[in-house]
Design a binder for this molecule. Structure first.
Ligand code: BGC
Length: 321
């Protein structure tokens, strides 16, 4: 067993995996303890509160929780992590899907091995995952556009930045965003949609290029978490902060700082802690053979300067200990 675990640790290292291991016990008497693994798309601060919720719920229900993140947002790396945890016979997997079709075989293999698999944050609708827990992405993209239309006064050029073009959650957001503009603001034109692979440095470079290529650019909208921090940094460097409207998904600390400092107009906060917490509860229900709904909406909140300092208390009330 020890040799196997060492081999596994080595292979995770090769993958560049980051592993947080909490609520664990090495005592052999606890060897029957349930083990649930959270697999994000890759290393990214967005997933920290997701794992906080997962870990806290694990502590409450006596489940050992683990977090295994590939270094880059790459489908083969996510698949390899699933295969590793299948080999270890874990009890449950909560995965944020980087891709739909690309994960179908691995999720099927896990299911056949008797492991309960659910998706959180990003669904894999073609797979055998038992449920999806997270934002209703198309609706959230639509709401983002509605908010942006008001700030843009219904006209002008907007560019969209997206962290990976394969994930259904991000594509659904874009779909809702685009549909809303078509329906409610035909005078707003999407002049670019760029992939920044979930990386801040690429977001900075892409933002600079967008500003060069589109001198009349009125707004930038981010469908993933790194966009507001990365684009805010680029706008500041170019002296364009507050001159180009910036908004998008998620409430990373730099995005909130951007809202306080008038560089970011608004953000759409997802209920990440809740996604992690519910993932443990739903995996436990699945292990008890209870039927799960196809999807569970965790809801979003629009954050502006008006509620940036108070929304977190509201979000946390639900889980007050
Ligand atoms: C998405 C995640 C993504 C993260 C970082 C979030 O908006 O919900 O799926 O991994 O941004 O790109």
């Amino acid at each position: 067993m020890k040799i196997f675990l060492t081999a596994l640790a080595a292979s995770l290292l090769i993958l560049g995996c980051s592993k947080k291991d909490e609520n664990s016990s090495s005592s052999p008497s606890k060897s029957k303890e349930k083990v649930f693994v959270m697999i994000p798309k890759g290393v990214h601060p967005y997933y920290e509160p997701c794992y906080e919720g997962f870990k806290d719920a694990g502590a409450k229900y006596g489940v050992k929780t683990e977090y295994l993140a590939a270094k880059a947002f790459e489908v083969p790396q996510e698949v390899e992590i699933i295969e590793n945890v299948i080999a270890r016979h874990v009890d449950g997997i909560a995965i944020s899907a980087l891709d739909d079709q690309g994960l179908v075989p691995a999720i099927e293999e896990a299911t056949k091995a008797g492991i309960k698999v659910i998706t959180f944050d990003a669904p894999a609708p073609s797979s055998k995952a038992l449920t999806y827990i997270g934002t209703m992405n198309e609706a959230a993209g639509y709401s983002g556009a509605e908010e942006l239309i008001k700030i843009m006064n219904g006209e002008g050029e907007v560019a969209v930045l997206q962290g990976g073009l394969g994930a259904p959650n991000l594509n659904d957001r874009f779909k809702g965003f685009e549909r809303c503009l078509r329906e409610k603001a035909p005078n707003i034109r999407i002049v670019a949609r760029e992939d920044e692979q979930g990386k801040i440095d690429i977001t900075v470079n892409k933002t600079e290029a967008l500003i060069q290529a589109h001198p009349n650019l009125k707004a930038i909208f981010g469908v993933s978490a790194e966009v507001c921090p990365g684009a805010a940094a680029a706008l500041k460097q170019q002296g364009k902060e507050g001159k180009v409207i910036l908004a998008g998904f998620d409430d990373l600390p730099d995005t909130l700082a951007g809202i306080r400092g008038d560089v970011v107009n608004f953000c759409i906060a997802q209920r990440t802690y809740k996604m992690g917490w519910l993932s443990v509860e739903k995996l436990l229900e699945a292990m008890d053979n209870k039927p799960l709904p196809k999807e569970i909406d965790t809801g979003v909140l629009i954050i502006t300067k008006a509620n940036v300092d108070t929304y977190m208390q509201e979000m946390k009330k639900e889980f007050a200990k």
